[in-house]
Design a protein around this ligand. Structure first.
Ligand code: COA
Length: 417
């Protein structure tokens, strides 16, 4: 089967997580992704958080599957020459270096465009071009703080809190992938002209926090936010507060204890009180008298006692495990889910079946688990292959660029590759 992105050649100048997550996604869908790494060292994640001495860390293997690895010192004249040839033959260059690094290497956007007018240059930076923080280097949690996630996450009586989800890194990479595909589509329509695509981590986090900007404007206008736990018994300042586990939208929700919570830190479910599901909820939790009770029957009547209601539901949950509870509640069409641990997800048969959790073979590590494509296609079965060893494809790539074996040997001798 031909893969949708087959024939698209990508120079993957990315490292750590934000950029690699983007190029990995494109590689899954068929792009020829050549990861360019510094000889001897490679992407820093190869050696960070290692669990097996001397073997590429899971941090690397889980973000660089389906790629090739070319070692290249782009600060040597020979290395620059190789990169120049590569640029002339490629469709996309993706990078997430610190601000200005590509320019300092001598590969400005103008120069790349001269070499290959069809080239799409896609960049991740911490902040957008022209931003007053544009010179800053940025990692995940820095972006979560800069993009509004941290100030709105956690509990009211605690500090700003970052999410475990990679809102700054992988999320930015996904935004960049959309940008690249858009630019490729545009190139097909405008006579093959490439363009620059830039995504900042701050912007990508803020894009996911757009509902909090919604709330800021509602707060500015009316002074309170009904769906937050601070309402109606607590107080608001002039900024969107941390809402704990509140539903956040129009449906109140909370994380509720289930059987075993005293010893199992994840014996919880998320329970949502969807307005039109009030009658089924009452039936499910054994409170049919609440269905027609004016003190409970509307969302606004329930609001001032929402935590008492959650308390009643917790009492009902006390003799049910999180899985048993969800199995009962699903029959009443109540939006809910068990709080899943990583261990449970790793062993979840449905996720294994769909390929969302998949086992991959690595030449040195053996088998390991990774997260497969979260996007499913009717006409594409995404196959995840192991990540490349450092420089595994150097000679192969050089050959495709037209280097003879003698020239390749010279590049090795000059430590350019
Ligand atoms: N050959 C020669 N030099 C290379 C090279 C290669 N193959 N690959 C990288 N380098 C050089 C760069 O040119 C740069 O040199 P310079 O600063 O002397 O010009 C140097 O390596 C360091 O690059 P940099 O990206 O700044 O690395 P860092 O480790 O100092 O910073 C980050 C790491 C992630 C903080 C930074 O890259 C960054 O802010 N990136 C943008 C935001 C981002 O993506 N962050 C999320 C990471 S998940």
């Amino acid at each position: 089967m031909t893969k949708p992105l087959e024939g698209i050649k990508i120079i993957d100048f990315t490292h750590v997580q934000a950029g690699p997550a983007c190029t990995q996604l494109l590689a899954w869908y068929g792009a020829d992704v050549i990861k360019v790494e510094r000889p001897g060292a490679g992407d820093v994640t190869r050696s960070q958080l290692r669990d097996i001495p001397g073997v590429d860390a899971l941090y690397f293997t889980m973000l660089n599957s389906n790629k090739k690895s070319l070692t290249l010192d782009t600060k040597t004249p020979e290395g620059k020459e190789v990169l120049t040839r590569l640029i002339k033959q490629s469709d996309v260059l993706v990078e997430n270096f610190g601000p200005g690094a590509l320019d300092r290497m001598g590969f400005t956007w103008e120069h790349i465009r001269e070499l290959n007018p069809g080239m799409i240059v896609a960049s991740v930076k911490g902040f957008s071009d022209g931003h007053h923080y544009e010179d800053l280097k940025v990692y995940e949690n820095v972006a979560q703080c800069a993009g509004g996630a941290a100030s709105t996450t956690g509990f009211d009586d605690g500090p700003p809190t970052v999410s475990a989800a990679a809102l700054g890194d992988s999320n930015t990479g996904m935004h960049l992938a959309i940008g690249i595909l858009t630019a490729l589509h545009a190139r097909n329509r405008n006579g093959g002209k490439g363009q620059k695509v830039a995504v900042s981590m701050q912007d990508s986090v803020l894009n996911l926090c757009r509902v909090k900007l919604r709330d800021q404007q509602r707060l500015d206008r009316i002074g309170y936010l009904e769906e937050y736990p601070q309402y109606p018994h607590g107080s608001f300042t002039d900024v969107v507060p941390r809402g704990g586990n509140a539903g956040g939208g129009g449906q109140p929700g909370w994380v509720l204890k289930c059987k075993g919570w005293e010893t199992d830190k994840n014996a919880y479910i998320y329970f949502t009180i969807q307005g039109h599901a009030w009658a089924p909820i009452c039936k499910a939790i054994g409170k049919p008298e609440w269905i027609e009770d004016p003190a409970y029957m509307t969302a606004s009547a329930r609001q001032d006692k929402i935590f008492d209601i959650f308390g009643t539901i917790e009492a009902w949950l006390a003799d049910k495990t999180k899985f048993e509870a969800v199995n009962i509640l699903r029959k009443f069409d109540i939006p809910c889910a068990p709080v899943m641990t990583m261990k449970e997800l790793a062993n979840d048969p449905s996720l294994r079946e769909s390929g969302t959790i998949t086992e991959v073979d690595h030449k040195e590590r053996g088998k390991y688990l990774t997260v497969g494509s979260p996007i499913k296609f009717s006409d594409l079965k995404v196959e995840i292959t192991g990540s490349p060893l450092l420089g595994e494809h150097t000679n192969e790539v050089l050959e495709t660029l037209g280097y003879s074996s003698k020239e390749i040997a010279a590049l090795h001798a000059a430590s350019a590759v």
